[in-house]
Design a protein around this ligand. Structure first.
Ligand SMILES: [Zn+2]
Length: 194
């Protein structure tokens, strides 16, 4: 099967719940994401009530790819090695995603219904994080979008070195202390970047 780039309008689940509209700015460098049409990632941590029909937002942000790469450098070598091993061992054959790809079903909600690692359905989860890769006003299907369930996130955090946890805490404090419109929503995170 040939791989083609599929794009759709960014669905509401990946909107900024603080403003009710699409994300406008990179949380770190504040570049205008949609105006400039640059690639960026969206990460949201949610407490879903059922099938994403309603949920509480724990934190949310959009970050341009340049800044996202910078965030990755906050991870220590030890943490990176642990994370890579974990995902190599645990993200193998994923029947839900395989089915969506083979039936060319590009409904973003379906892509985030099951945890990419454990396969658990969002209905079974008290907490999860969802991720999307976007360019301008479009969500682009790659290995994104995906969802990681709360229990898996806890396991992942345990893989991080103390050094990395400090770095992430510092980052959180900088962002939360800054004059950011995401201040309230960010108090609980970001926990981890994947
Ligand atoms: Zn940026």
């Amino acid at each position: 099967m040939s791989i083609r780039s599929v794009q759709v309008d960014i669905p509401k689940i990946f909107y900024c719940d603080y403003t009710g509209g699409p994300f406008e700015k990179c949380i770190q460098c504040e570049r205008q994401l949609r105006e400039e049409g640059i690639p960026y990632l969206i990460e949201k941590a949610l407490k879903p009530y059922g099938r994403y029909a309603s949920y509480a937002t724990i934190f949310e942000y959009a970050v341009c790819l340049t800044c996202a790469d910078g965030m990755k450098s906050m991870l220590s070598k030890e943490s990176l090695t642990n994370l890579m091993e974990y995902f190599q061992q645990n993200v193998g054959f994923n029947p839900h995603r395989q089915l969506l790809v083979s039936s060319e079903d590009y409904d973003p909600i379906k892509w985030i219904e099951h945890c990419m690692v454990s396969g658990r359905h969002v209905e079974q989860l008290a907490e999860c994080q969802i991720y999307a890769y976007c360019v301008g006003e479009q969500l682009v299907f790659t290995e994104f979008p995906y969802m990681i369930s709360g229990p898996v996130l806890d396991e992942v955090v345990d893989l991080l070195s103390a050094e990395t946890k400090d770095e992430l805490d510092n980052f959180k404090n900088e962002v939360v202390d800054g004059p950011s419109e995401f201040q309230d929503l960010l108090k609980a995170g970001p926990k981890v970047f994947i």
